[in-house]
Design a protein around this ligand. Structure first.
Ligand code: SF4
Ligand code: SF4
Ligand code: FES
Length: 480
């Protein structure tokens, strides 16, 4: 382990680390734009400059491409380093529009942060800025503002090294350089394309779905897990902060998912997610079922729960189909409170792949489009092709139940969260909460357990499945 000296402090570095990596690992910050821990070194932005001290005199060099060596001495904040960084920031902003007031990246932009930390001065240039494309359609999902691009090449390297779509490149030279797709529309086919939005250190790559929707300081992230497939990527669900709730403007925004970003988890997804994970609002914000029903007739939640209990008590061969979107805690609650009251309980597959959806690849996307099949299978068996003919009651929890194939004459209790025709046909329909309204965990295909937190309150007319199972399994008799 080489010992190096950063700003006079002895630091134990790993032998294959760069000075930048050794500094960051030891809590010493050196700014960087083009370097990224998951990408190859490009060394083009020069902001990570440090001063190397040696017997024959010192020199300035970039730390992201400088391997550590025994006894090496570097300074990260000398007068020369500060002057160089300032000059680099002047250069990077030479043709930059500095339109932070209308930029979605404001509040999360490293250029903005570094400008205040290391430059702070207005531009010294009197020449007019070189104009570039302001709204270039990079893909169906992403807008590119070439005027804000600092040509760090992170987005290009992502498509070459991580998603392997090779969809992006940089064309032309000097101040005419432009990030462009390799062919028209080819970035549309990259199911991981939106990671470049997070990777971009400035506001050059913008999500069309989030464009001008909210300033990031009005939003708060809630840690969650993507239920889009059995990978179970760690994500942050961004939504409006309670202190910035809207009253006069559309109040639905207060309980809407504004955007989804990856939450780094090396054991599951690293710092990446696929585009389906970005679109979780399309799954969670479908029209909700919030009315309990008995054969389609609206009733109060308590009445529906009492009716369900009566059906369970009266049944001779009740069978349950449990949801593989249920959390580990809900599944355990079902097993604890209700498994003994059912002749059998089987795992149901709630969701199948959408038409045209990528089924599987060797990066993140998995074939099973449900988040907790492994957790459900740890407690219950897979459903047989057909339920026993003697089944006289089926409790269906979640989506994907095939009601046409249930044994003839069997009564049904359906626990669902979204509006669906079958809700009104069930003998008892009980609306239940969704992932964004409760705390819990899923077990992914590799056995990694990930937890999620609630970001919105459930409505009183909607049941919490964990509490519901305890009520349905309680011992005292329900009056007829
Ligand atoms: S668009 Fe962003 S990530 Fe891509 S080269 Fe420009 S600044 Fe870098
Ligand atoms: S790979 Fe699967 S879990 Fe990860 S973001 Fe995509 S759909 Fe969600
Ligand atoms: S971070 Fe080192 S040159 Fe860009």
């Amino acid at each position: 382990m080489p010992e190096i000296f950063i700003d006079g402090r002895a630091v134990q570095a790993e032998k294959d680390q760069t000075v930048l990596q050794a500094a960051l690992a030891n809590g010493i910050f050196i700014p960087y734009f083009c370097w990224h821990p998951q990408l190859s070194v490009a060394g083009n932005c020069r902001i990570c400059v440090v001063e190397v001290e040696a017997k024959g005199g010192s020199w300035l060099d970039i730390s992201c491409n400088m391997p550590v060596s025994e006894g090496m001495r570097v300074r990260t904040d000398s007068e020369e380093v500060r002057a160089q960084r300032k000059a680099i920031l002047q250069f990077i902003t030479l043709n930059h529009p500095v339109d932070c007031g209308i930029c979605d990246k404001a509040g999360e932009c490293t250029l903005q942060d570094y400008h205040y930390a290391y430059n702070g001065a207005p531009s010294i240039s009197h020449d007019p800025k070189v104009r570039a494309t302001k709204f270039f359609d990079l893909s169906r999902r992403i807008l590119l503002d070439n005027e804000r691009c600092i040509l760090c090449s992170r987005c290009v390297r992502f498509t070459r090294e991580i998603s392997k779509s090779h969809a992006l490149g940089i064309e032309d030279r000097g101040d005419h350089s432009l990030v462009r797709p390799a062919e028209d529309g080819c970035f549309d086919d990259d199911p991981y394309s939106d990671n470049v939005i997070d990777l971009c250190p400035v506001g050059a790559l913008l999500a069309k779905s989030f464009l001008y929707k909210a300033r990031v300081w009005y939003l708060r992230p809630t840690p969650s897990v993507c239920p889009g497939c059995e990978r179970g990527c760690a994500v942050n669900l961004w939504h409006r902060r309670p202190e910035w709730q809207l009253n006069a403007l559309d109040p639905r925004q207060n309980t809407a998912i504004a955007r989804v970003t990856p939450r780094e988890n090396p054991a599951v997804n690293g710092p990446w997610i696929c585009n389906k994970g970005r679109d979780l609002a399309a799954i969670f914000e479908r029209a909700r079922a919030e009315q309990a029903m008995l054969k389609g007739a609206p009733v109060g939640l308590a009445e529906a729960i009492a009716a369900a209990r009566r059906l369970i008590e009266a049944a001779r061969h009740p069978v349950a189909l449990v949801s593989n979107w249920g959390s580990n805690e809900e599944l355990a609650a079902f097993k604890r409170s209700l498994a003994g009251r059912f002749s059998a309980a089987f795992v149901k597959i709630d969701r199948q792949p959408d038409p045209g959806e990528r089924l599987e690849d060797d990066f993140l996307i998995k074939r099973d489009k449900n988040p907790n099949t492994a957790g459900a299978r740890a407690l219950f068996d897979d459903a047989p092709a057909a339920l026993p003919a003697a089944t006289d009651l089926v409790l269906v929890w979640g989506e994907g139940g095939d009601f046409a194939r249930l044994p003839a004459g069997a009564k049904t209790i359906l626990l669902g969260s979204y509006l669906a025709p079958e809700n009104g046909h069930a003998d008892v329909f009980i609306p239940v909460s969704i992932q964004t309204e409760r705390r819990g965990s899923y077990t992914n295909f590799a056995g990694v357990v990930s937890t999620f937190e609630p970001c919105f309150a459930k409505k009183p007319a909607v049941a919490d499945a964990e509490a519901l199972f305890a009520q349905l399994g309680a011992e005292e008799r329900v009056p007829a």
